[in-house]
Design a binder for this molecule. Structure first.
Ligand code: TXA
Ligand code: MG
Length: 335
């Protein structure tokens, strides 16, 4: 039984009590809904992996109400503190060496000697984290490999009966996950493009290394690509025309001849597009399947700002699907 809680004082207090008792609570952040559990408890974190049906133990992001609590877990250096001053609370995750007083459990860190930290900006999330007074591990609140949830109804659709509660704080404003920046190496390394743009980070850090080629049109090796954010219909990238039996994910002026269409942003605004991305994939998928369409044709978006995060998610949505439950493709939350 999954309870839906309102994001008022009573709802937040109840959600915090469940988390302290080791239960699973999905909660809204400015990026996507997270599936939260007590990050200091192996037993609680194990429930996240079970509920999502996540085949491998990938490290999770740990959420805090403020930078002070976050940095108590790690060895933070000047650059980390400067980035936190500028971008926290907000959609940036920092990976840093585990500190001597860290309380995050091994399972949340997947046995690594680094930890991923994030201070979300959404008011309800911050109140929940402050009231829980524990680090909260939270991957996106969807079954492994699927489209991330940007509202409470999406969470319910994917995880009803598998989690204890959903704290409903309405739709997420940013709409794509946080940017993950690894500061544990000599050169800052981008592990996942997201809500804070590369341009914003490079203005502070200088040149940032990219962990993969998410910005290029073609993957280095399709076999190595992970299917993720994947609707049930196939996704065709960089569409410059659309057939009658395709759904269209448009950006800017829609292609002529399109039937079923979701426009990310008619005026070509990347922030609006990011916020509408996952809801659009869900809509085109369910309606497209109902109408017997063949695939989703996705128009391209500019390769800068939030466009990098949108292109990364679309590329993963279009990746070859795994044929076995733990095949290479199904590494939800790895990237
Ligand atoms: O916006 C977000 O970040 C959402 C909301 C709920 O906060 N959370 C989220 O968590 O997307 P998750 O678990 O899906 O993303 C975790 C990402 C993965 O790419 C994972 O590999 C990386 O962070 N990560 C976590 N710990 C790491 C570590 N110690 N070293 C390297 N990467 C790490
Ligand atoms: Mg995810």
């Amino acid at each position: 039984m999954t309870e839906i809680l309102k994001s008022d004082d009573a709802g937040i207090a109840h959600a915090a009590a469940l988390l302290r008792a080791g239960r699973l609570v999905a909660f809204g952040t400015e990026t996507v809904y997270g599936l939260g559990a007590d990050a200091t408890s192996d037993a609680a974190v194990a429930r996240i992996f079970a509920a999502k049906n996540r085949p491998r133990f990938n490290p999770l992001i740990n959420h805090f109400p403020d930078a002070e609590h976050a940095f108590a877990q790690v060895e933070a250096h000047d650059l980390a503190r400067r980035l936190a001053d500028l971008f926290w609370p907000g959609p940036l995750t920092l990976v840093l060496p585990r500190g001597p007083h860290a309380t995050i459990c091994d399972l949340a860190a997947a046995g690594l000697n680094t930890l991923a930290l994030r201070v979300p900006s959404s008011e309800v999330a911050r109140r929940l984290l402050a009231e829980t007074a524990l680090p909260i591990a939270a991957p996106s609140a969807n079954p492994s490999g699927g489209v991330s949830p940007s509202d409470a109804f999406h969470v319910l659709r994917g995880l009803e009966g598998r989690i204890d509660a959903i704290l409903d704080s309405g739709p997420c404003t940013v709409g794509v996950e946080s940017t993950v920046l690894d500061l544990s190496r000599a050169t800052p390394t981008l592990l996942r493009p997201g809500g804070i743009t590369l341009e914003q980070l490079e203005a502070i850090c200088g040149k940032i290394r990219h962990a993969d080629d998410y910005a290029s049109k073609r993957p280095v090796s399709p076999g190595l690509m992970s299917s993720h954010y994947a609707p049930s219909l196939p996704v065709r990238l960089n569409a410059e025309h659309v057939e009658a039996d395709e759904a269209l994910l448009a950006f800017g002026p829609a292609l002529s001849g399109a039937g079923l269409t979701w426009n990310l942003s008619e005026k070509g605004d990347l922030e609006e597009a990011a916020a509408r991305l996952f809801a659009g994939l869900r809509f085109l998928d369910s309606e497209g399947v109902r109408r017997g369409l063949r695939d989703i044709a996705a128009m391209s978006v500019p390769r800068h700002g939030l466009g990098l995060a949108i292109l990364d998610r679309l590329r993963r949505a279009s990746a070859p699907r795994p044929t076995m439950p733990d095949a290479e493709g199904d590494d939800d939350d790895l990237a």
